[in-house]
Structures are given as structure tokens and as C-alpha cells.
Design a protein around this ligand. Structure first.
Ligand code: HAM
Length: 418
């Protein structure tokens, strides 16, 4: 029979990598605490409608990339492609609008998109997601950028670029959209097939097309910033002013449009040169109309998500530290097979006192156990032989210096901790 392997685009995070993930998530958790965000755990699947209405019917994510299936109750269910729509759904469902506003939440977990796998792009990937729900203030936009940068700084990530833009709102965007359609229609034959298709349905996305031919046409396209209404324009100026005030450097990119339709006003990405074409470690922005799109009242909000897989790739490439892997304190060795229960008892006592301890589970010789202690990187081997058993002691060998001494089992943990 053929060996069953993981589906395309998903991967196992094995022990040589999983401790790096734990480190990154610890840093994220600590940053969330410092900025006053509370963690939530949200479901991995939702009603499909949450995403089709929330993210937008004409986005690539909804049109092409969702893992959607009909469940046994005949409901259309989708594995979440992102967390923002779920965050807002949860906020509304649990009436968090009744609490002191804004509500600041974060979550981490796997997201699912049926994309073409390549470097830094997977079909199951992890995001950390931070949202401020219930604030229209440009200072909220800036706080989210500041948190993202704080996380990256704490992780030691360098050479990142923050790019920002404003994508307007339902007041000014329709006019801009019309101008874009006029412009691109006159150059339709120069666009790629996908963008010709986007022309009527989602013309803003043409600005984001990576193909050479579309890129050239987009160079001369009308720019969104000169079509903003007064409110969006003021909001953008205040956002930039506050970024300057906290000393955050950023670049304006008038062609930055995000792949999700819920954005209004500020949109931003944080890019790394280390990632090739999938260069965004983080993407976010304001989404003042999402709550209404999924059946709630008008609730302004802003947030971002960052890809954990990509963060770790960049950290590895930049030689960032992932902290120290905690060492194994002790490997407890049985001189004879009949001493196994003594070994187990001694190891348990060490573990209860907070030390890490391992034993051989395979009935191997003492020599093989000492070898295992060394290959596991144990600081001490605690040997239980005939005389140690009788005296209630253990012979403790310091694996680095080979120094040996006999210690009472009752004070073993205390002595090892010294
Ligand atoms: P997004 O730009 O689609 O935004 O994704 C955010 C980040 O997730 C990206 O910058 C990237 O690091 C990572 N990412 C996305 N797709 C993949 C993939 N296929 N493989 C690996 N990493 C990936 C959102 O998801 C919005 N919900 C962000 C947001 C929150 N906006 C407001 N609040």
C-alpha cells in the first residue's frame, strides 16, 4: 500500500522547529499584555456567508481560495481564510458593544487558503491577529502598526518596511472607482486576462497585479489619495502625523490595495526583502463597514494579521535568536533492569520539584543509557546501582566535567538545582 503523506501546501512543524514557534508566540503574548489586548480563541470553521459577505464576493480569497464544504446538516461551512471576520462576528454575537469601547482583542491560529504553494505561501498557515473594535480614531490605526513593529523588534527582525495608503470609504471610493474604470477601459487590451476580468467587478485590484504588463499600465492610473473625501483625507493626515510623532518610519504607496474588500481609509503592509515575491509579513488596516456587512450596527475598527510561518522564515534568514532551548537537567540511569522502578520514582520526584528528567524506556544496558544521557544533552546522569539503592542515594555525574559524587535521594532535587 502507498504511504499516505500530507496534502499539498500543508506541512508538519516538527520538534526542531516547534520550539521556535513557541518562542514567537510567547513574545506575541507578552506584547499583547503590554498593549492591553485580550486573547480569544475562535472557531476554525464558520458559516460560509460570514466570509463571502465580510471579505467580499469578488475577492480572490472568496472566489477561488476558500475551503468550503457542505456539512452533515446541509450547511455551507468554510475553513477560515483569515480571522478578522470571525473577530467581528464574535464581538457582535457576545454583545461586546455594550462594554467600554474600544475592545482590543488578539488571537493566533491556523488559517486556510487554497493558493498555489510557493516559498512563504502555504494552504494552511498561522496568523497572529490583533484588532481594535469600536474606535474610529486614527490613533487606533497607529497603535496597531506600533504593536506589529514592537513584536518584530522584540523578535530581532530587521530591514522591514512599513507601507501605507488610504483606500477611501463608501463616500469617495465610488467616484475613484469610476475614474479607474475609465482609465483602464481605454487600455484594456494591454491588461492581463485576469485584470480584464477585474475591470468591472473589482478595478482597484488591478493596481495590485504583479504582472509586468499591468504594472506598466497602473503607473499612469489615477491615484486614490487625490480622490479622498475630506474625512478620509483628514484621517490619513492624522494617521501619518501620529506615526511621525512616535518616530515610526513608513513609505506611502498609492497603489497599495489589499486583497480583502472590507478595508476603508488606512491600509498598510509590513514587508521584508528576505521573502521573495511573498514579501508581506503583515497586512492590515481599517474596516469601518465590516460589522454592518455581516448584519451588525456600524462599528468602526482597525487591525492587522501577521504570518507566523513568514516571521520565522525571516528570523532564520537573519540569524535571529529564538531564546535558549531549555536543557535536560537529569537522565536517571538504572545499573540493572530490576532497578527500573527506583529510577522511575527518582525521576518523578525530580519532575515534581520542577526539574526536567528522563529515563530509558527501552530496557537498554547501563552503557547505552549513559550514551543516551549524553546525546540528550543532560546536565547530570543520576545513576542508581546496588549500593545507591541500599543507601537511598544516587551517584550524580556532571556530564560536562565527568565529576561524580553520591547524593541522598531525598535532597537530590535541591542539590541539582544548586
Ligand atoms: P492578509 O494580508 O490576507 O490579511 O494576511 C496577513 C498576513 O498573513 C500576510 O501578510 C502574510 O504574512 C500571512 N499570509 C497570508 N496568506 C498566507 C499564505 N498563504 N501562506 C503564508 N502566510 C500567509 C488578513 O488576513 C487580514 N485579516 C488582516 C487584518 C486584520 N486586517 C484587519 N485586521
Amino acid at each position: 500500500m502507498d504511504l499516505i503523506t500530507a496534502p499539498k501546501g500543508v506541512r508538519d512543524i516538527l520538534p526542531d522547529e516547534s520550539w521556535k514557534w513557541a518562542y514567537v508566540l510567547r513574545v506575541v503574548q507578552d506584547t499583547a499584555r503590554r498593549y492591553g489586548y485580550s486573547e480569544v480563541h475562535l472557531p476554525v470553521f464558520e458559516h460560509t456567508e460570514l466570509f463571502s459577505r465580510g471579505i467580499g464576493e469578488t475577492t480572490d480569497v472568496v472566489e477561488k481560495e476558500m475551503y468550503t464544504f457542505v456539512d452533515k446538516g446541509d450547511r455551507s461551512i468554510t475553513l477560515r481564510p483569515e480571522a478578522t471576520a470571525s473577530m467581528v462576528r464574535s464581538y457582535l454575537e457576545h454583545r461586546m458593544d455594550r462594554l467600554q469601547q474600544p475592545i482590543k482583542l488578539w488571537c493566533a491560529g491556523p488559517m486556510f487558503r487554497h493558493e498555489r504553494p510557493q516559498k512563504g505561501r502555504f494552504r494552511q498557515f498561522w496568523q497572529i491577529d490583533f484588532e481594535i473594535i469600536g474606535s474610529a480614531s486614527p490613533y487606533a490605526d497607529v497603535e496597531t502598526i506600533a504593536i506589529a513593529m514592537s513584536i518584530f523588534r522584540s523578535l530581532g527582525l530587521g530591514r522591514l518596511e512599513v507601507v501605507i495608503n488610504s483606500v477611501g470609504c463608501p463616500v469617495c471610493r465610488p467616484g475613484y472607482r469610476t475614474r479607474l474604470i475609465e482609465y483602464f477601459s481605454s487600455k484594456k487590451e494591454m491588461l492581463c486576462e485576469t485584470c480584464r476580468d477585474r475591470l468591472e467587478r473589482n478595478p482597484l485590484r488591478i493596481l495590485d497585479c504583479k504582472r509586468e504588463e499591468c504594472n506598466e499600465v497602473s503607473e499612469g492610473a489615477p491615484d486614490v489619495l487625490s480622490h479622498l473625501c475630506d474625512e478620509c483625507s483628514d484621517h490619513f493626515d492624522e494617521t501619518k502625523g501620529a506615526l511621525d510623532a512616535i518616530g515610526a518610519s513608513y513609505k506611502l504607496d498609492k497603489r497599495l490595495v489589499r486583497g480583502l474588500d472590507y478595508y476603508t481609509k488606512t491600509a498598510y503592509e509590513i514587508l521584508s526583502g528576505e521573502l521573495g515575491s511573498q514579501n508581506a509579513v503583515c497586512g492590515g488596516g481599517r474596516y469601518d463597514n465590516l460589522a454592518e456587512a455581516i448584519g451588525g450596527p456600524h462599528i468602526p475598527a482597525v487591525g492587522f494579521a501577521a504570518g507566523v510561518d513568514r516571521i520565522i522564515m525571516v528570523m532564520e534568514q537573519q540569524g535571529c535568536s529564538f531564546g535558549d532551548l531549555p536543557p535536560l537537567d537529569a537522565f536517571v540511569v538504572a545499573q540493572r533492569d530490576s532497578f527500573r522502578t527506583d529510577v522511575l520514582r527518582v525521576a518523578e520526584a525530580l519532575r515534581r520539584s520542577g526539574l526536567s528528567a528522563e529515563t530509558d524506556l527501552g530496557g537498554r544496558s547501563m552503557k547505552a543509557q549513559m550514551k543516551a544521557a549524553s546525546s540528550r544533552g543532560a546536565r547530570y546522569a543520576c545513576i542508581i546501582g546496588e549500593s545507591e539503592r541500599q543507601n537511598g542515594t544516587a551517584t550524580v555525574k556532571d556530564m560536562a566535567t565527568a565529576e561524580q559524587r553520591e547524593i541522598d535521594q531525598s535532597s537530590l532535587a535541591e542539590e541539582l538545582k544548586k
